[in-house]
Each structure stands twice: as C-alpha cells, then as structure tokens.
Design a protein around this ligand. Structure first.
Ligand SMILES: N=C(N)NCCCC[C@H](N)C(=O)O
Ligand SMILES: O=C(O)CCC(=O)C(=O)O
Ligand SMILES: [Fe+2]
Length: 328
C-alpha cells in the first residue's frame, strides 16, 4: 500500500526572479541545498515559485481534456503512424512500456528538427513534423507559449542543480542551449474499463524518464501517479495546487554518477473522472555527450556509466515505446 509520505516542496523563486545582491546568493544556496537532498533521496519534489502563470497551466489541462474528448475518428487524423511514429496522437493501448500495453492516450510534440537533421534524413522516429490538431483551435498557440515558459524554467532549475552539485550556476549551459524538449498531453480513462492490456491494474507501466528534468502539470485527480522510494515502496505524488511535480531523469543520473536518482514511477488511475496531465520533458541538446562529472567522481570514484549521446538514448527509448515483443 502506498504510504502517506509527502515529497519535499521547494520554492525556486531565488532562481526565477532577477536580483543579484548577496541576500539572493544566500537564498540560492539554500534552495540548492534543498534540491541536493531531494535529488539524493527520492529524486522527486514539488516545485513552487516557478513564475509560470497559473492561468496557462490550467489552460493546457483544459485543452488537453477537450482534445481527448473529440471523436476517435478525428483524433486519429493526427496519429503518430501518419508521421514518424513519435510526433502526434497515440490511441489507448497503443503505447507500450517494457513490452506491455499502457492504458492511456497521448499527444506528443518534440522540438522541430530541420530536414537536414540526421533523424529526418534517415526517416527515423522523431524525424518528422509535429501534428498540431485543428481542434481545440487554441491548442497550438497555448502550448507553444507554455513551451517557452517551460524552457525558461528548465534552464533556471538547471542553474539550481549546478549549484547543488557545487558547480558554477552556468556549468550546464553549453549542453542545454539547443534543448531537445518534448511535451506530452496524456489522458487516462478509468482503468477498471480497460480492455486488451496484459499488465492488469496499471495505466502507465513503471519507467524512468529519459533526459534531465520532467515538469509534470497534472489535474486534481489524486492517487494516480506513484513514485518508488529507495525501500521499494510506492508513494503517491498527488497534485499540489500551484506546484509542478519535478523528477530527475536518466541524463542527470548519469551526470551525477548515480548520486541523483532517476526514479521509477507509474500511473494507476481507477476512478470515474477522466484524468489529464501535461508532462514537459526538459532535455539536453540532441548531440550532448553525457558522462559522469568530475565533481561527482570525487564523491564516488567508481564510474557507474559509460558516456551516452542524449539523442541516441532518446531514440532507443522511443523505438521501444511501441514494441510488444522483446527482440533478442
Ligand atoms: N519522454 C518520456 N520520458 N516519456 C515517458 C514515457 C514513459 C513510458 C514509455 N512508454 C516508456 O516505455 O518509456
Ligand atoms: O501522467 C503522469 O502522471 C505521469 C506521466 C509520465 O510519467 C510520463 O509521461 O513520463
Ligand atoms: Fe514518466
């Protein structure tokens, strides 16, 4: 049974508001200390003081809800299979985690890539174009604006992460100046009505996220998102009004040589109300080469990871997102 454990709440306003006096430096160091603790322990925290207007946060959820309530014939016009098997709409049960079908539907947008990008030239997943739905008509403009807010916030939180590791605030800048962002709208109907899935009792299978930081904007449904603690227990990451749920992803896990946890999480949504979430995945540049940092090797000199190019990791993961049989 998930316990009542609460994730830490971190106010990052010293990093999201402009001021450079010595008080603000002290305040930043205090935030960095809190982030360090949260990332070492559970790898998940609530983020407040983010400066993203509540109005647009709420609006993305509302538009997501409206999109998923369109007739299926309309939604499949934007099917990922009409593009590059990554950008666009995936039906209920189309997405797969660890070879088993999930019971959610989703609409994914990725950073656009030029036609000369290797992904596009080789016609790989993610190499195509985003499929913006016509309905609801505001969706494209609102999500584009939301993406701009989230890119700014992602960079600010990465400054805090740098400080939390004893690095200069701008340490990560060169890995992030062309952030390969991913934005998803996820819809979860009542799992009790699921058909044709083999992983009974789970809406979205346990997984870690692929890049740096996930900022989850969720509606007010409780008891759906669960996070695994170091002891192997599952705890709820229920919505906290005004806060994003933030988690550490695989690339930060590698950079920190396992000091910061890329934590397993899953969704189980059993309830009459249709649940909507908008995760924003803040990622490194596609070509960023990520390997354990010197600063972290001073703490644990055993290298736990080989270097990884983020784009290759992403592509491997996305290719597995629709595979229902293990390939040997
Ligand atoms: N871009 C990110 N992180 N998306 C997370 C999706 C997680 C589930 C996916 N089916 C999987 O198997 O990983
Ligand atoms: O929708 C949620 O609550 C979590 C979604 C998630 O973990 C993901 O899309 O990576
Ligand atoms: Fe996730």
């Amino acid at each position: 049974m998930p316990s009542q454990f609460k994730l830490p709440i971190i106010d990052v306003s010293p990093f999201t508001t402009d001021s450079s006096d010595s008080n603000s430096q002290t305040a930043k160091l205090e935030v960095a200390r809190q982030i360090h603790d949260a990332c070492r322990n559970v790898g998940f925290f609530y983020l407040i003081g983010h400066n993203v207007p509540q109005e647009i946060i709420d609006k993305t959820l509302k538009l997501g809800y409206e999109f998923f309530h369109l007739p299926e014939e309309e939604k499949i016009n934007y099917s990922i299979t009409k593009q590059d098997n990554a950008r666009g709409y995936q039906r209920l049960g189309e997405g797969v985690t660890k070879y088993q079908r999930d019971w959610n539907e989703a609409l994914d947008f990725y950073k656009p890539v030029p036609r000369t990008h290797p992904l596009a030239l080789k016609k790989l997943p993610i190499g195509g174009e985003n499929q913006w739905p016509e309905n609801p008509s505001e969706l494209r403009a609102v999500f584009s604006e939301y993406k701009d807010y989230m890119l700014k916030l992602g960079a600010q939180v990465m400054n805090a992460i740098a400080l939390s590791l004893g690095l200069e605030e701008n340490f990560f800048d060169k890995f992030l100046d062309d952030c390969f962002w991913v934005m998803r709208i996820s819809g979860y109907p009542d799992l009790r009505n699921a058909v044709g899935i083999d992983r009974v009792g789970v809406s979205l299978g346990e997984h870690t996220d692929y890049g740096l930081l996930t900022f989850l904007n969720q509606d007010d449904t409780k008891g759906a998102l669960q996070v695994q603690t170091a002891d192997g227990d599952w705890i709820n990451a229920d919505p906290l009004p005004g806060a994003f749920v933030v988690n550490i992803c695989d690339m930060l896990n590698i950079w920190t040589n396992n000091l910061y946890k890329s934590t397993l999480h899953r969704v189980i949504h059993k309830g009459d109300r249709y649940r909507v979430t908008v995760p924003f995945f803040y990622e490194p540049n596609y070509n960023a080469r990520i390997e354990p940092l010197e600063a972290c090797l001073k703490i644990d000199p055993v290298k736990h990871h080989e270097p990884v190019v983020f784009g290759e990791h992403l592509l491997n993961k996305v290719s597995g997102n629709f595979e229902i049989t293990e390939s040997y």
